[in-house]
Design a protein around this ligand. Structure first.
Ligand SMILES: Nc1ncnc2c1ncn2[C@@H]1O[C@H](COP(=O)(O)OP(=O)(O)OP(=O)(O)O)[C@@H](O)[C@H]1O
Ligand SMILES: [Mg+2]
Length: 310
């Protein structure tokens, strides 16, 4: 299957005054049609930066990001508007940012359609049914719970039948039960309307509730975790021992990241021996004496001996 989202060596540098922040450092990523997947990572790892680029809100500094055939590094202003209106839908963590407070749920879903010149009240109602709010169409945001408001936000994001739904910490402000409902709605609308869902979160429990999640570390993808068997409609979404497989990802040049906890546990420096044994690739920590640069003690002695002052 062809990916619907491809990032290739994606770089994003922010400049403030004469300070540069490299938020994405050559990130590679493929996402397939109708996946419900998550991007996880610590604060500052580049999750929102990535999502803003995929949503057309921000431009890559280098590398490429292609979504549904749209090359996001090469859009004109008017193409960008069409892209944001028709190809992607956004759900934000801040519940209030998603909804207009003085409009009903139904009117809120109509807004993006009106802006796009295609008002369809029946479709708005269908979407509210799909997110489980058929009985709330005349309620205003203040008359709904946070979880209900986020489900309206999903209906709003789907109003113009986008191919991709992007959600930045959509359950960040919700309790566990409402979070789970919101996740189930993402699964449901993906199946019902064939939309691809990308959810950013720093919550591992949330990540285990999707088919696949990718961890970003320092602006690059590092580990990928895949559910062995996709969830079926209405299935309970819990993690257990057997439910997921974890992979370390290679970048486009075949480079491998060894997770820091393994490097620390085995005392790995800056090189490893790579050998193929019985069809397996074996990474070996060089024995003492095999490599000078590797040994922290020796490096330390050199520094101590020579010093940097002179
Ligand atoms: N508009 C901006 N201008 C300057 N620097 C920025 C901007 N946006 C993000 N950054 C920096 O880029 C890096 C990545 O930020 P980003 O917001 O993508 O992280 P994040 O993974 O979403 O974090 P969080 O979990 O806290 O939301 C951080 O070092 C951040 O300070
Ligand atoms: Mg963020």
């Amino acid at each position: 299957m062809e990916p619907i989202i491809t990032c290739d060596n994606l770089v994003k540098i922010y400049r403030i005054a004469d300070l540069e922040v490299m938020a994405l450092q050559g990130l590679d990523l493929k996402i397939y049609p109708q996946e419900v997947m998550a991007i996880i990572g610590a604060s500052g790892s580049g999750k929102s930066t990535l999502l803003n680029i995929l949503g057309g809100l921000d431009e890559p500094t280098a590398g490429s990001a292609v979504v549904a055939g749209w090359n996001l590094g090469r859009l004109t202003r008017s193409q960008r508007l069409v892209y944001m209106r028709e190809i992607v839908g956004f759900v934000w963590q801040n519940v209030a940012r998603n909804l207009v407070p003085y409009l009903t749920a139904e009117e809120n879903v109509l807004v993006p359609m009106i802006l796009n010149g295609k008002t369809d009240r029946a479709w708005a109602r269908e979407l509210l049914e799909a997110v489980g709010l058929g009985h709330r169409i005349h309620h205003r945001p203040l008359e709904m719970s946070g979880g209900e408001q986020q489900r309206v936000a999903i209906a709003i994001a789907l109003a113009n039948r986008p191919k991709v739904l992007l959600a930045d910490e959509p359950t960040g402000a919700l309790d566990t039960r409402s979070s789970r409902q919101v996740l189930e709605v993402f699964h449901h609308v993906s199946r019902a309307y064939g939309v691809t869902v990308v959810i950013v979160t720093h919550d591992r429990n949330m990540a285990y509730a999707v088919d696949r999640f990718i961890e970003i570390r320092d602006g690059k993808t590092s580990v990928e975790t895949v559910r062995r068997r996709p969830l079926s409609e209405g299935e309970h979404i819990e993690k257990d021992e057997e439910s997921h497989d974890e992979y370390v990802v290679l970048d486009s040049a075949g480079r491998l990241q060894i997770p820091p906890e393994y490097r620390e546990a085995l005392g790995i420096g800056n090189r490893l021996r790579v050998e193929v044994e019985d069809g397996k690739i074996v990474l070996k920590v060089p024995e003492a004496g095999q490599s000078q640069e590797d040994s922290p003690e020796e490096a330390g002695e050199q520094q101590d001996g020579q010093g940097f002052a002179g």
